[in-house]
Design a protein around this ligand. Structure first.
Ligand code: TXA
Ligand code: MG
Length: 325
């Protein structure tokens, strides 16, 4: 793997793209200080210009080089959660290209908690700008194979670190404008942020909010129509689909629904972290079946399921209009 890292560093220095695993999802990386290289990320993802990227840093100590000002709250959050699935939005330092920040005066920063990502960052010795390694608006990749399927030739090299441990994207906390605000719920629940800060963070952003494509109503979406159905309505919903001869797959937690013939039933783990870890691979596999609909049992309305509920709601909003029973 040392040789792989050396090749990846050489590719980054040559202005090429390198996909790499993090604990959340796979990232599509470029040298954050090379605007021409970063432009290749937008081309590969077909991501609209103006959407800012997260800069991945080798260590928490690099924070001061990439942010103009590090408020006390940001310092405490970085200490508590880095390396880890937390992105901090801070005032940008001089010298960060506009293409990375979407021309905004802030920058997203994170130190990922994955041995390959950390080895790559340490060997590269600078920031790597990396969004999730999927086409814009689609499901984030949690294995190297997902990246290959989706981006293939656009990437010089894919570091294979196996399946991602967490499976959904980092929590984004904006510390650039007074009271910290959660811009994207993620692997670290709001309660853990509150415990460190001593106050509840705001969820969502004000009117003067920065642009967050992951916060568009439609995102993380499969091509098959996807619907969220409350557990108690699931059986009736499935029966109605069968009556209409719709080919459906159901993603349900534990044993909440009985088997129905003619329906593909996939079980998801009953705990939030297990569910998050498998979620995107499950959605990809179900999408690949080319059915008429994917029916997902709605997750519980509790804080630990918040980020999963967020991603499922966006998947439902982004999928083609459902042919509901
Ligand atoms: O877990 C993750 O965060 C993964 C891994 C690869 O680190 N990355 C990821 O990147 O999810 P991406 O580009 O798919 O989502 C990054 C989000 C976007 O919604 C973007 O708008 C937001 O971070 N973001 C980046 N910089 C920002 C800024 N200056 N202000 C507001 N939002 C920002
Ligand atoms: Mg993304």
């Amino acid at each position: 793997m040392r040789e792989e890292i050396a090749r990846a560093v050489a590719a980054l220095r040559a202005g090429e793209l390198v996909a790499f695993p993090t604990e959340t999802v796979y990232g599509l990386g470029a040298d954050a200080l090379d605007p021409v290289a970063v432009a290749k990320i937008f081309a590969a993802k077909r991501r609209p210009a103006g959407h800012p990227l997260i800069v991945h840093l080798p260590a928490p100590g690099d924070l001061a080089r990439w942010a103009a000002r590090v408020p006390e709250e940001a310092m405490r959050l970085a200490q508590a959660f880095w390396p880890g699935p937390l992105t901090l939005i801070l005032e940008r330092a001089h010298g960060i290209p506009d293409i990375v920040t979407g021309g905004q005066h802030t920058v997203g920063l994170r130190v990922p908690d994955h041995p390959l990502a950390l080895a790559l960052l340490a060997a590269f010795g600078s920031g790597i700008a990396a969004p999730s390694a999927n086409r814009h608006g689609r499901i984030s990749p949690t294995t190297a194979q997902h990246v290959r399927e989706e981006l293939g030739d656009a990437v010089a090299l894919i570091l294979d670190g196996g399946a991602c441990r967490i499976g959904i994207e980092s929590t984004i906390v904006d510390c650039s404008r007074g009271s910290p605000a959660i811009l994207r719920p993620g692997a670290i629940a709001a309660g853990r942020i509150a415990a460190v800060l001593g106050v509840d963070p705001i969820e969502g952003a004000s009117g003067a909010a920065p642009r967050v494509p992951g916060a568009l109503p439609a995102h993380y979406a499969p091509r098959t129509p996807l619907r969220l159905v409350q557990p108690e309505a699931l059986s009736a919903d499935i029966s109605a689909c069968i009556a209409r001869h719709l080919r459906v797959a159901v993603l349900a937690r534990e044993a909440t629904v009985a088997m129905h013939s003619g329906v593909i039933l996939r079980r998801a783990p009953g705990d939030a972290s297990g569910y998050a870890r498998d979620l995107y691979a499950q959605l990809r596999a179900l999408d690949a079946l080319g059915l008429d609909a994917i029916v997902v049992e709605a997750p519980p309305a509790t804080p630990e399921w918040r980020a999963i509920d967020d991603r499922l709601a966006r998947a439902a909003a982004g999928a083609p209009a459902p042919d509901a029973p």
